[in-house]
Design a protein around this ligand. Structure first.
Ligand SMILES: *Cc1c(COP(=O)(O)O)cnc(C)c1O
Length: 465
C-alpha cells in the first residue's frame, strides 16, 4: 500500500485549513461548521482514494475548497424550495397546487407561532370545537346546512363512506371507478372504508335504471364521482345528479358526491364556456340533491391543503362524531389560512386569490409582462421570443381544459440541458420542453416573480454559451 502512496499525497490540506478558506466563510455561516466539516472530510477522503488508485497527484487545495463549497451548498439545499412555475399548469400537484393568498400567509404568521384560541371560547372560558367558526362560514358560503374540515379530499371521501356506509353496499357507476393519481383509486378507498362496492352500468353508459335495479336492503348509498382528470366522449350517458338524487331519496339511500375541484364562484372568461359547463360548483351539487359533497380546498378553491364535507346537518354531525374524523382533523395552520380566504370570498375580492388572479389574466396583461421581461433580459433578449402558449388548469380538475396564454420561448439545440439549468437555478424555474424549445408560460408565473424569472433565465442562458 505505502509503496503506491503518491509522494504528493501529503500535500492534501488538513480539514482545518480547508474550513479556514475565505471562499467557504459564507457557507460556514449558512450551514454551520459541523456540516461543513463532514463534507470536507468526505471530499478529502475521496481525493486521497482517487490518488491512491490512479497514482496521480491529488488535486490542489483550491479545487478541494471549490468541491467542498459546491457539495455543501447542494447538500444544504432544502428539498422543499421555492419554484417558479412556468409550466402553464395552474394547479400543479408536484408544485404544491394552489399558492396561498397573502392574507392567509399573514394570518399564519400571526397565529401559528403563538398560542391561539384553537379550541377555546375566550368569552366563556370554556372549550369549543376546533374549526367551528370556519366550518360555519364555509357552510354558509356554499349554502349547506353544515360543513366539516379534514386533511384533504381523499380523507373526506374515506370518512363519508366509512361513517355512513360501512358494512353495507355503495353503488358506483363503472364509468366512475377512477384513479385520481397518487394511489387514490375509488375501489381501493371504498374497500378501506369498510363499505362494499357494487358496480353498476357499463364503462361508457350508466342509466338511472341501472342504479334502481341494483338497490336492495343492503344498499346504504350511491357514490357519484366527478371525472376530474379524464374526459369521456362518444357514445356515453349518465343520469343527471338531480335524477339520481330523486331515486336515492325515493329508496332511502344517501347520495354522496366526490366532487374534487371545489369551485364556489364562476370561472373567469379565459376558460372556455364548454369547459366551464363541465365543472360543477359545490353549490350546484348541493342544489342538485347530493346529501354530502366532498371537495378539495387546494384546487379551484385556491386555499391550503384540506378537504371539506358539506351537506345535510345530521349527516355532517354524524361524521364529525366519528372516531375517524379525529384522525383526519385539520391543523391550526390550515384554519389560519382558511379564515382570511373566506373573508375574501365573502367580500367577492377574487383577485386576492392567486389562482383566480392568474386564471383571469388578460392577453394584454400577459403581453405587457412578456415585453417587460424581454426588455430586462438585456444581452440575452435575442435568444428569447414571445410566443402563444396553452396553459391548463390541471391538478385533477377540468381534464383537457386549456386556457390561451403567452410564453417566453427559447429555441436551442439542447432544450433538456437548458431546462435542467433553469431547474437548478436560484430560484428554480420549471418550464416545458417542446421539441427544440424551452417554453416558459407566464400565466402561472406570479406577477411579483417576473424579475426573478428574468434573472434566472439570464443566468441559465449565460452559462449555456
Ligand atoms: C382531487 C380529487 C380527489 C383527491 O383529492 P385530494 O385533496 O388530493 O385528496 C378525489 N376525488 C376527486 C374527484 C378529485 O378531483
Amino acid at each position: 500500500m505505502t509503496s503506491k502512496l503518491h509522494p504528493a499525497l501529503s500535500r492534501l490540506p488538513k480539514v482545518d485549513r480547508v474550513l479556514a478558506a475565505p471562499e467557504l466563510a459564507p457557507v460556514v455561516a449558512r450551514l454551520g461548521v459541523r456540516a461543513l466539516t463532514l463534507v470536507t472530510r468526505e471530499v478529502l477522503a475521496e481525493a486521497r482514494e482517487r490518488s491512491l488508485e490512479s497514482g496521480a497527484p491529488p488535486p490542489d487545495p483550491g479545487l478541494i475548497v471549490e468541491e467542498v463549497r459546491v457539495r455543501a451548498l447542494e447538500r444544504g439545499q432544502s428539498p422543499l424550495q421555492v419554484v417558479i412555475n412556468a409550466t402553464g399548469v395552474l394547479l400543479h400537484t408536484n408544485l404544491g397546487r394552489a399558492p396561498l393568498p397573502r392574507e392567509s400567509l399573514l394570518r399564519i404568521a400571526e397565529v401559528a407561532g403563538r398560542y391561539s384560541s384553537l379550541e377555546l371560547d375566550v368569552e366563556l372560558g370554556v372549550r369549543t370545537r376546533r374549526g367551528v367558526g370556519v366550518e360555519a362560514r364555509l357552510a354558509a358560503l356554499v349554502g349547506a346546512e353544515d360543513a366539516l374540515l379534514v386533511n384533504n379530499n381523499a380523507a373526506a371521501v374515506l370518512l363519508a363512506l366509512s361513517g355512513l356506509c360501512a358494512g353495507r353496499d355503495v353503488l358506483v357507476s363503472r364509468g366512475e371507478l377512477l384513479e385520481i393519481g397518487g394511489g387514490f383509486r375509488i375501489p381501493d378507498v371504498l374497500a378501506r372504508s369498510g363499505a362494499r362496492l357494487v358496480e353498476v352500468g357499463t364503462t361508457n353508459r350508466t342509466r338511472a335504471d341501472d342504479y334502481a335495479r341494483a338497490m336492495d336492503e343492503r344498499t346504504a348509498g350511491v357514490l357519484r364521482v366527478h371525472p376530474s382528470n379524464f374526459k369521456m366522449t362518444g357514445f356515453t350517458e349518465r343520469p343527471s345528479l338531480a335524477d339520481l338524487a330523486a331515486l336515492a331519496r325515493a329508496r332511502g339511500v344517501w347520495l354522496l358526491k366526490d366532487l374534487g375541484g371545489g369551485l364556489v364562484v364562476p370561472l373567469p372568461d379565459s376558460v372556455d364556456a364548454r369547459d366551464q359547463a363541465r365543472e360543477p360548483s359545490v353549490q350546484a351539487c348541493l342544489t342538485g340533491g347530493a346529501d354530502v359533497v366532498c371537495f378539495s380546498l387546494d384546487k379551484l378553491f385556491g386555499g391550503p391543503q384540506a378537504g371539506a364535507l358539506v351537506g345535510q346537518g345530521v349527516l355532517v354531525q354524524r361524521l364529525r362524531e366519528d372516531p375517524l374524523a379525529r384522525a383526519l382533523r385539520v391543523d391550526k395552520v390550515t384554519l389560519a389560512a382558511l379564515e382570511p380566504l373566506l373573508d375574501v370570498y365573502e367580500r367577492g375580492e377574487l383577485s386576492a386569490i392567486p389562482l383566480h388572479r392568474m386564471l383571469a389574466a388578460t392577453p394584454a396583461e400577459l403581453l405587457a409582462r412578456a415585453e417587460r421581461c424581454l426588455a430586462q433580459l438585456g444581452a440575452a433578449a435575442p435568444a428569447v421570443a414571445i410566443t402563444p402558449s396553452v396553459a391548463a388548469i390541471g391538478g385533477g380538475t377540468l381534464a383537457d381544459a386549456t386556457v390561451a396564454s403567452l410564453a417566453l420561448t427559447i429555441v436551442t439545440s439542447a432544450p433538456n440541458a437548458l431546462a435542467k439549468r433553469l431547474r437548478r437555478g436560484a430560484p428554480a424555474v420549471v418550464g416545458r420542453v417542446e421539441a427544440d424549445q424551452v417554453v416558459l408560460d407566464l400565466r402561472t408565473v406570479l406577477e411579483d416573480e417576473d424579475a426573478l424569472l428574468v434573472q434566472a433565465l439570464r443566468g441559465a442562458l449565460v452559462t449555456a454559451t
